[in-house]
Design a protein around this ligand. Sequence first.
Ligand code: ZN
Length: 253
Amino acid sequence: MTSKILLASFLLFALVSCNKDSEEIEPDSEVHWDYESPATWGTLALPNNQCAGLIQTPINIESTNTIKSVLPELGLNYASFPINIIDNGHTIQINNKGTSSLKYNKQEYALAQFHFHSHSEHTIDGKSAPMEIHFVHKNSTDGSLLVIGVLVEGGGVANSSIASYIESFPTVMEKESSLSKTINPLDLLPASKKYFNYTGSLTTPPCSQGLNWIVLKEKLKISTEQISKFEAKYNHNYRPILPVGSRTIFESI
Ligand SMILES: [Zn+2]
């Protein structure tokens, strides 16, 4: 009898500790995955699982191997919105319920959410940064995704925008909390909007391919103390880099 109770308790624990949402956007799956075994993601029983595909993210961006050209500007129509924050078991994520959007290459994209990885997922010339922020956008017409990646390093002054919620990380998983503060994602972008551009995937299962990736060339500098606070929450939520293969990486000049 006792062993049955123990087993039931264990199963219940396994159930609640297994997160059901991907950090990126909306796949509704009860399949558990974690950052300890990313090499097995391709075998997860997920609909349209593309984790073993050939156009995956993240990648190492070798700056001597990019096509340098004049690329479309980022039409950032970001505005302040109330902070709705969630710990989804894989990252800290802030959902946008406001009007922030991006116009890129004559297409309109709504900002869905942004979230954090530690350390960075992309590497540039083989080097990672302590953190990376992903701003996930959805095309208003065809639903395709465009993600802006910003590598983050310490050694700077504290970012006042990050300071507005860094003390308010959720203590319960998978429960969105609304703070009485607002945030403007523009404050989380570096001054230069020059970028690398390539086609990749979600960096979490089911690793759906066909995403338009924009990785800013300049890093955002925040305080080392703020980096440490993120790392205290999540310090290994990055997918290892994957082969570039035959893809072309463009770089704005
Ligand atoms: Zn991400």
